[in-house]
Design a protein around this ligand. Structure first.
Ligand SMILES: C[S@@+](CC[C@H](N)C(=O)[O-])C[C@H]1O[C@@H](n2cnc3c(N)ncnc32)[C@H](O)[C@@H]1O
Length: 211
């Protein structure tokens, strides 16, 4: 996304939903968002999924993590009239996620159309690389799960292997998720683009293996 000259000032004056120092909320997210089930979406883009899901499930907590300042500002501008007290956004790189949440604090992690980083040498940057999965496993509750959607078959294959090598069990898998309607799961910005191109959406849900 192109630089938005207004983004920095906009973010600096944005209200409570933008969390500038998430380390201050470790162990307290559910209290802060007044919820019992906590969802975290990593790489939330312009936030359509975050906003739609928070309105579909208003008793649950929804945290969006988006590292790009221009994208995060666009997201908050787009949805500012609809932000619920159960919603929060973190405009930081998820590489530090382990310092923002306590062990077992997250119930569902969402990875929607994550950057594929197709070059082998960049595989460690993929949000479903084992380096991230070890952190997710610690942050997820015992019944916690990871939900992933992508258009990218190579990233999907890589993720399936990484998950099974890092203590996750696949409980749902589809290679054409939108072949049937899923009103319970919102469509993301990227997902809509691929649906418009008639491309299949890959989706899987994993849960943590019992210890
Ligand atoms: C391809 S877009 C998908 C956006 C949205 N999830 C969707 O489905 O429409 C990926 C987004 O993830 C963000 N992102 C990538 N790596 C990230 C990271 N390590 N931490 C936070 N955000 C990240 C990018 O800035 C980008 O906005």
């Amino acid at each position: 996304m192109r630089n938005k000259p207004w983004a920095t000032a906009f973010l600096e004056t944005f209200g409570d939903a933008l969390i500038s120092d998430p380390t201050q909320l470790v162990s307290n997210w559910k209290k802060r968002l007044n919820c019992e089930i906590l969802h975290v979406e990593i790489g939330s883009g312009k936030g359509d999924y975050w906003n739609k899901m928070a309105h579909l499930y208003p008793s649950q907590g929804w945290i969006a993590i988006e590292k790009d300042r221009n994208v995060a500002a666009t997201c908050l501008k787009k949805h500012m009239e609809q932000i619920l007290p159960t919603m929060a956004l973190i405009n930081l790189d998820a590489k530090d996620i382990s310092t923002w949440f306590a062990k077992g604090e997250i119930d569902v992690l969402h990875l929607n159309f994550s950057d594929p980083w197709p070059k082998k040498g960049h595989s460690k940057r993929r949000l479903s690389h084992g380096i991230f999965l070890k952190e997710y496993a610690r942050l997820l509750s015992d019944s916690g799960e990871i939900q992933m959607k992508t258009d990218n078959s190579s990233l999907f294959e890589f993720s399936c292997v990484e998950m099974s090598n890092h203590g996750f069990i696949c409980k749902e898998l589809s290679v054409d998720y939108r072949r049937v309607e899923h009103p319970e799961d919102a469509i993301t910005e990227y997902e809509q683009r691929f649906l418009d191109l008639n491309q299949p959406i890959y989706r899987a849900v994993w849960r943590k293996k019992d210890e």
